[in-house]
Design a protein around this ligand. Structure first.
Ligand code: FES
Ligand code: FES
Length: 157
């Protein structure tokens, strides 16, 4: 069974018919070809599927697409501006070599984005707590934390 929902996706107003049992992650990836958000565990454990919904980081694998009704959604694809310039977090991840395979990276960056929106000057402890729901199996967390810290430091400047 399908139903029509309305939401904003990366700044664009959308009307969309979606299966009532489809997850937000599957809708974003399959219906809109926005494949930055990844399915890792599919169970709320890894954070690879993180997107921002009404300003909050959510695990899109745990949210039904129909719950997006009336919401403002931001995915990693929506972070770059009209001129396709990188978001400061994306640049910082590159400059700090904070990724290897990249599977966790979109989710990690969206979690960091929501964290910095809420708290522009987090301490290292707050950054660690903020990304505690995002798993990275290859980079280790040191460079990821340094990348996020560097953007937090720019926010202070
Ligand atoms: S795929 Fe959603 S938390 Fe792992
Ligand atoms: S860069 Fe490979 S899982 Fe994080």
């Amino acid at each position: 069974m399908k139903t029509e929902i309305h939401f904003t996706l990366n700044g664009e107003s959308i009307e969309h018919e979606v299966e009532v049992n489809k997850t937000l992650l599957k809708m974003i990836r399959e219906d809109f070809d926005l494949t930055g958000a990844k399915e890792g565990c599919g169970a709320g454990e890894c954070g690879a599927c993180t997107v921002i919904m009404d300003g909050r980081a959510v695990n899109a694998c745990l949210v039904l697409a129909v719950e997006a009704e009336g919401c403002d959604l931001l995915t990693i694809e929506g972070l770059s501006g009209d001129q396709n310039e990188l978001d400061p977090l994306q640049s910082a991840f590159i400059e700090n070599a904070a990724l290897q395979c990249g599977y966790c990276t979109p989710g990690m960056i969206m979690t960091a984005k929501a964290l910095l929106n809420e708290n522009p000057h987090p301490t290292e402890t707050e950054i660690k707590a903020g990304i505690s729901g995002n798993l990275c199996r290859c980079t280790g967390y040191k460079k990821i934390i340094e990348a996020i810290q560097s953007v937090a430091d720019q926010n202070k400047a």
